[in-house]
Design a protein around this ligand. Structure first.
Ligand SMILES: Cc1cc2nc3c(=O)[nH]c(=O)nc-3n(C[C@H](O)[C@H](O)[C@H](O)COP(=O)(O)O)c2cc1C
Ligand code: SF4
Ligand code: SF4
Length: 431
């Protein structure tokens, strides 16, 4: 079995799977059971300042999107940070850390945006012996209206300023958790880097309304006839999170800044994808909330087997795909593929035909006995048929060899050439 031990900014854990700050990490009872199930670390549910505890709604706080088999694809929540007294959390954190020395325990924090509040909370958490802090600049609802969470995370100058305060008043490793509710994720990451952050983690939840009750005429979840936007997470947000991780990993201004990848991680494969794009570890929330703590066991065995099969170490996987993320203009325009239908697997449903005929390039022929074949002279290789076909691998994209003639364009498949040198590019013609 491959060695999955992880060292993320000096914080050691037996594997790179941490639970993200959320209900699964809200209290000692949960965290200890999570460790027993095998989680390498946790980020404790966000703590706030001393004072009257936060008040959550007492009606439904979740909305969801499901697939056709009612598998949960996206989860929306209007929960706030911890609603338990600060000292209760601190006592539990200290007790848990003493019992579970080999596991990572990071404390998530969100306090008002002034230096005294940050200094105060950092001193309060010092003797818990926790491994680090994560600054929650992401929560999109409830706390943002009070000048915290994403209200800070959307202003790079604030991120830099608060990160500096944290580094000034604490020796703990500091992870800055970023909100995706921003147009260019590189800016807050750069600000965190400038402020001295040891790492960034992303993504927190995405502003969303998952559905509207068409009898009550109000967003769901509905609290006494009204609803509000919540934070979206789960498998549906993974593509957004992967892109944001890659953007930070390949940005020259943040290259090398450790990243904790979060957003829709449900299986070992999801985790491996985040790692390949540059994340040093991953954090998980919705998958644990949907399937329970034991989901980590599939993640551990799956990643371990994958690394063994590839004959690589965990550290070799981190960032392995980052150099292959590029801008569109550098894609090879001389790379040509054609769709090919495997007639033995085809169930003759006709979905590929409908999709290509109505919305792509009329490149699939249907015979009277419902045999579907690709017309190479029309196929632009868009891949739509592959994505709508209900049979896995029934349609594949086959690469044309160099030197062959593409029957659609009449041109020979040539060497690598991209848009920057293409004759149709007006800026090339102008030179
Ligand atoms: C109910 C709920 C409460 C959450 N509370 C917090 C929180 O207190 N602090 C925080 O940083 N993130 C919080 N999150 C966000 C998660 O930590 C995580 O960033 C997000 O859910 C994306 O990961 P996932 O797709 O694995 O769920 C919460 C998420 C959910 C679903
Ligand atoms: S790849 Fe696109 S153009 Fe080619 S057959 Fe499939 S849907 Fe049609
Ligand atoms: S969508 Fe797939 S299974 Fe259906 S007709 Fe096309 S190739 Fe066959």
């Amino acid at each position: 079995m491959a060695n999955l031990s992880s060292d993320f900014i000096g914080i050691k854990s037996p594997n790179p799977f941490w639970l993200a700050s959320a209900p699964p990490t809200d209290k000692a009872y949960n965290v200890e059971r999570a460790y027993e199930a095998g989680w390498g670390g946790v980020v404790w549910k966000t703590l706030g300042s001393e004072g009257p505890p936060v008040v959550n709604v007492s009606g439904p706080r979740y909305g969801a999107i499901w697939g056709a088999d009612r598998r949960l694809l996206g989860l929306n929540n209007i929960e706030l940070i911890t609603d338990r007294p600060l000292q209760v959390n601190l006592d539990e954190i200290k007790m848990v850390k003493r019992k579970w020395r080999d596991r990572a325990l990071v404390i998530s924090l969100m306090v008002p945006c002034d230096e005294e509040s940050w200094k105060d909370i950092l001193h309060r958490i010092e003797d818990t012996e926790a491994d680090g802090v994560e600054l929650n600049f992401g929560c999109p609802h409830g706390m943002a209206e009070r000048g915290m969470g994403s209200a800070v995370g959307q202003v790079p100058e604030y991120i830099e300023m608060v990160t500096r305060w944290v580094k000034k008043h604490s020796r703990m490793p500091c992870i800055v958790k970023l909100t995706p509710n921003i147009s260019d994720i590189r800016k807050p990451a750069e600000a965190a880097h400038r402020g001295g952050a040891d790492a960034v983690s992303l993504i927190n939840t995405i502003n969303s309304i998952t559905s509207v009750d068409l009898d009550l005429f109000a967003p769901q979840p509905t609290i006494d006839g009204k609803g509000t936007h919540g934070g979206y997470c789960g498998p549906a947000v993974k593509p957004i999170a992967l892109n944001m991780v890659a953007e930070i990993a390949r940005n020259p201004l943040t290259r090398g800044l450790p990243i904790s990848g979060i957003g829709g991680v449900t299986t070992w494969r999801d985790a491996a994808e985040f790692l390949a794009l540059g994340a040093g570890n991953v954090q998980v929330c919705t998958a644990a909330m949907t399937y329970g703590f034991k989901v980590v066991q599939e993640m551990i065995s799956g990643l371990s087997e994958y690394l063994d099969d590839k004959g690589i170490a965990l550290s070799d996987l981190v960032g392995r795909a980052t150099p292959n993320v590029t801008d569109w203009q550098f894609l090879n325009l001389n790379y040509v593929t054609k769709a090919q239908i495997n007639q033995d697997d085809c169930i003759k449903c006709g979905r590929c035909y409908a999709a290509c005929e109505d919305t792509s390039h009329q490149a699939i022929a249907m015979s009277p006995d419902r045999t579907f074949t690709v017309k190479d002279e029309e196929c632009v290789a868009c891949n739509l048929c592959v994505n709508v076909c209900p049979v896995d691998n029934c349609i594949t994209m086959v690469e044309m060899p160099k030197g062959a003639t593409d029957p659609r364009t009449g041109r020979q498949v040539g060497d690598y050439a991209n848009w920057t040198t293409h004759p149709n590019n007006p800026s090339v013609a102008a030179e």
